[in-house]
Design a protein around this ligand. Structure first.
Ligand SMILES: NC(=O)c1ccc[n+]([C@@H]2O[C@H](COP(=O)([O-])OP(=O)(O)OC[C@H]3O[C@@H](n4cnc5c(N)ncnc54)[C@H](O)[C@@H]3O)[C@@H](O)[C@H]2O)c1
Ligand SMILES: CC(C)[C@H](C(=O)O)[C@@H](O)C(=O)O
Ligand SMILES: [Mg+2]
Length: 357
């Protein structure tokens, strides 16, 4: 029997609710396939601020490092919104990404057949389904560049610097091209090279990496055009590679056209097999504690963990098939339910997925 060590970071808001259901799903996978998943729960985000005065305690980083993978719910919430930027719960997420070297964020946006009606675009635009992966650079760019304030003749100014080094672009571009080789051999690199120096370097390095993958078609799009194309004709996209901030925005957009942000999983990977797995959505304080959150994004993130970090593809398939079965049987949380349709809660969704494995 294989033993897998997973650091669990439930976080805030709906985080603990969606993580709770995901652990039940993993336990069922372990039981069925004969694996032992060993969980160590640690604090990060607002709950860690309340418990220890800091959003990312050293113990959390150490436990994550000592684990095979990390599963995270979400951090943040209204209660901590007035804290200074450097003390906010969201800094825990950025700190974990940086400390653990998680430079490659994979955000697959898949339109499940049974959810086609939850897509806000016209049926003919998404006919035949959608299968896009946003490959987002996660440890560089404006999120991590120099920031500060200074006095100017227009009053106090604040700044955040967007900076990319060639090596940072090269390694994320390689992830995107490798992924494209396993899919439809098409990469769209998204930047703002008509204005930004950092984007011009980005575009040059992506093209250099692309030369090593002659079979892969490379297109470049400006971010404004890409955001527009995503709703005009999303089927043109396969692998999208982009910077930290553009990837943040485009992946939320991609999530909505596939039905709901409550459906979108993500994997944040370091060199090697280590990864942190989390839904794309946040802590949703508006529905926290109401048994309303859709746990599917987190459950599908755990499937990515099984596949990418543990190499357990049959087990990952089993989780994904169980999610599809529950949708095919017509069960929906309120974010994906049709108007007037009876929605089920977080726990019931977990029950049904566990049952379907
Ligand atoms: N990875 C993360 O930890 C992460 C990601 C994004 C935002 N946040 C934080 O979360 C807090 C709230 O941010 P926000 O409101 O901009 O984004 P959000 O993703 O939390 O919520 C946006 C909307 O989507 C809904 N929603 C989100 N997840 C859902 C789910 N699983 N099921 C059903 N509905 C869902 C919410 O109810 C809300 O109406 C902020 O503090 C933000 O910084 C954290
Ligand atoms: C909460 C925030 C720091 C985070 C980000 O911007 O990366 C979130 O929006 C995400 O998409 O994971
Ligand atoms: Mg985001």
């Amino acid at each position: 029997m294989m033993n897998y060590k997973i650091a669990i970071v439930p976080g805030d808001g709906i985080g603990p609710e969606v993580i709770g259901q995901t652990i039940r799903v993993l336990d069922k996978v372990g039981e069925k396939f004969g694996h032992k998943f060993e969980y160590t729960e640690v604090l990060a985000g607002g709950c860690a601020i309340d418990a220890s005065g800091t959003c990312l305690p050293q113990e959390t980083i150490d436990t994550c490092r000592a684990s095979d993978a990390v599963l995270l719910g979400a951090v943040g919430g209204w209660k901590w919104d007035t804290l200074p930027g450097s003390e906010r719960p969201e800094m825990a997420l950025l700190g974990l990404r940086k400390e653990l070297g998680l430079f490659a964020n994979l955000r697959p946006a898949l339109l499940f057949e049974d959810l086609a009606e939850a897509c806000p675009l016209k049926a003919e635009i998404v006919e035949g389904g959608l299968d896009i992966v946003v490959v987002r650079e996660l440890t560089g760019g404006i999120y991590f560049g120099e920031k500060g304030t200074k006095d100017t003749d227009m009053g106090l100014a604040a700044y955040d610097v967007e900076q990319y080094a060639e090596e940072e672009v090269r390694r994320i571009a390689e992830v995107a091209f490798d992924m494209a080789m396993k899919r439809n051999k098409k990469v769209t690199s998204v930047d703002k090279a008509n204005v930004l120096e950092s984007s011009r370097l980005w575009r040059r390095v992506v093209a250099e990496v692309g030369e090593k993958y002659p079979e892969v078609e490379l297109n470049n799009l400006y971010i404004d055009n890409a955001a527009m194309q995503m709703v005009r004709n999303p089927k043109q996209f396969d692998v999208i590679v982009t910077s930290n901030i553009f990837g943040d925005i485009l992946s939320d957009e991609a999530s909505m056209i596939t039905g709901s942000i409550g459906m979108l999983p993500s994997a944040s990977l370091a060199t090697g097999n280590f990864g942190m797995y989390e839904p794309v959505h946040g802590s949703a304080p508006d529905i926290a504690g109401k048994d309303m959150a859709n746990p599917m994004a987190t459950i599908l993130s755990s499937a990515m963990m099984l596949r990418y970090t543990f190499g357990l593809s049959d087990e990952a398939d089993a989780v994904e098939s169980a999610v599809k079965k529950v949708l095919a049987d017509g069960y929906r949380t309120s974010d994906i339910a049709k108007e007037g349709e009876n929605a089920i809660g977080t726990v019931k969704t977990g029950d049904l997925i566990v049952e379907a494995i």
